[in-house]
Write a protein that binds this ligand. Structure first.
Ligand code: SF4
Length: 328
């Protein structure tokens, strides 16, 4: 067993901070230390999360037609993809999906809107829908609506919203290579506003978009400082028509290594393996929990097909985990 990794892992297990030089050491480990890294990441997961794995799924309230230019995203209207045009679900479709989730026994319903932000009219519609889902259907609501300010976050919280998703996507340094239509600070400010309004925070990023290990460390540290509750980790699923269409997919062991490293840096924060999981991890999907993941995004992703929730629940049962459906 690598002694230095053991020492760092013991610090994490004792709830002591690990500084950047220790984090950099973990990132510098070679393939020969892969098993040690996973062993300790799993120990850290067990200590802080026990046997429970959270399962989320999402419904696209507004899909495609986005004015922004995130290079990995099929929903940008700037790229030739099948999501160039906007599709919006009706109130009835959203409420039916929430009712269906409630019937399945799922405590929260996740709704995602494409686009930079929502208009006043859309916000009013969402306030009404959130209230109806919470009070009439009796289901908690999570939402991802782009950039919001404190007033908007407060209105959403008052309407009954429980948690806000807004990913940083990548490090501050790499962001300009991926998005040019809005600033990194807008994303940071949105997370701070949602947090100040009392909303739970789900914020993470996407990997395999040309970032370096230094970018991955910067992103993890930034998320740590923002004190988020859940970190979704997405792995590029290259989409034809987008600028990253020809990027190679990440290797399963590289993804597992990254999940394990994030578990060391964010020991008490839920790590959710989200988009790109099926394509990139292939037969190694069940390994993600041994690497430290505590949550998964199940069902279809926004623009790519995922796995049926039932299939994921079976995987968790086979692995001896207790599935905790938190969002559907
Ligand atoms: S990631 Fe969000 S903001 Fe960026 S292009 Fe896609 S939908 Fe628009």
């Amino acid at each position: 067993m690598n002694e230095k990794v053991t020492k760092i892992a013991k610090r994490v297990l004792n709830s002591e901070d690990i500084d950047r030089s220790r984090i950099e050491h973990l990132f510098s480990l070679g393939d020969e230390d892969f098993e040690d890294l996973l062993y300790w990441a799993n120990k850290i997961r067990q200590k802080f999360f026990g046997n429970k794995i959270k399962v989320c799924s999402i419904v696209p309230g507004r899909l495609g037609g986005c004015s922004q230019d995130c290079k990995f995203c099929a929903q940008s209207a700037r790229y030739e993809t099948s999501f160039k045009e906007t599709k919006i679900l009706t109130d009835a479709q959203i409420l039916d999906a929430a009712r269906e989730a409630k019937q399945k026994g799922v405590p929260n319903f996740g709704i995602v809107y494409s686009g930079r932000s929502v208009t006043e009219k859309e916000l009013q519609r969402l306030e009404k829908l959130i209230g109806e889902m919470k009070d009439t259907i009796g289901i908690g609501v999570c939402a991802s609506l782009g950039i919001i300010d404190f007033d908007q976050a407060e209105r959403l919280a008052k309407a009954g919203l429980a948690r806000y998703n807004h990913n940083l996507e990548t490090s501050r340094n790499n962001f300009k290579n991926i998005v040019t239509t809005h600033e990194y600070d807008k994303r940071v400010e949105t997370i701070k506003a949602a947090k100040k309004a009392g909303l739970g925070i789900c914020a993470g990023g996407i990997f395999g978009i040309g970032e370096t290990d230094a970018d991955r460390i910067d992103l993890a540290i930034e998320l740590c400082q923002l004190d988020v509750d859940m970190v979704p980790m997405n792995f590029l699923h290259p989409i034809a028509g987008t600028p990253l269409a020809d990027f190679p997919t990440m290797q399963p062991r590289e993804i597992l290594r990254l999940i394990a490293l994030y578990r060391f840096i964010l020991p008490k924060v839920d790590i959710k393996v989200a988009g790109g999981r099926v394509l990139n991890l292939r037969d190694m999907q069940s390994w993600m929990f041994r690497a430290g993941a505590t949550a998964i995004l199940s069902g279809n992703y926004l623009t790519t097909a995922g796995r049926a929730v039932e299939e994921d629940l079976q995987m968790l049962e086979d692995l001896g985990f207790e599935a905790n459906l938190i969002c559907g």
